[in-house]
Design a protein around this ligand. Structure first.
Ligand SMILES: [Mn+2]
Length: 194
């Protein structure tokens, strides 16, 4: 697995309200983004709380992860989240989301599988969520992103670049210099190593 990350705060801010983490395990991989409502320090605090929960509960069912995030967010700002998991053993990937964290999977033929995000956010009580499982193909790219990444940017040709570090470097040069929202773009390369 290769993972490359671009992150930049909204114009005029020093702190990005998005948080993320990724980790490879023996038989899988997990990557998550949380986007705290609003911006700045308080948004960051909430998104980091959510990411810490996801780290600790990575193998729990979606309902439990969301319940734990809700508990941890009591008295804090809400978040939207997206959690991508790859399961090498069973050859599937899953995406758990609440709100608009985007996912695009791109296969070896450059066919894009776009996850349609749902409305809502987590802020101390249960919300509806989306959980999807799909077949993991050899040589796939994944783009996981917060809503600072625009549709126009996502449709650019270089978004299918297989070298994810190159892709992120291109994004940092070619995307709009001024971000109207906190922006996180994570590019992930999966090659069937077996
Ligand atoms: Mn945002």
């Amino acid at each position: 697995m290769q993972t490359a990350v671009f992150q930049k705060p909204k114009k005029g801010n020093y702190i990005c309200g998005d948080s993320y983490f990724f980790e490879e395990t023996d038989d899988g991989y997990i990557c998550a983004i949380a986007d705290g409502l609003g911006s700045g320090e308080m948004a960051k605090e909430s998104s980091q709380v959510a990411i810490n929960v996801i780290k600790d509960a990575a193998n729990d069912p979606p309902e439990k992860i969301l319940r734990d995030i809700n508990l941890a967010l009591a008295g804090k700002r809400g978040v939207v989240i997206g959690v991508l998991k790859l399961d090498y053993t069973n050859g599937i990937f899953s995406f758990l989301s609440v709100g608009n964290i985007g996912l695009v999977a791109i296969n070896a033929e450059h066919r894009k599988i776009r996850h349609i995000s749902n409305a809502g956010y987590l802020a101390g009580y249960q919300r509806t969520f989306k959980f999807e499982e799909k077949k993991l193909e050899p040589e796939m790219n994944f783009l996981l992103f917060s809503d600072g990444v625009s549709e126009r940017e996502l449709s650019k040709d270089y978004m299918v670049t297989t070298d994810v570090q190159d892709l992120i470097t291109l994004y940092s040069h070619l995307s709009s210099e001024i971000k109207t929202d906190d922006t996180t773009l994570i590019a992930i390369r999966y090659e069937d190593d077996d």
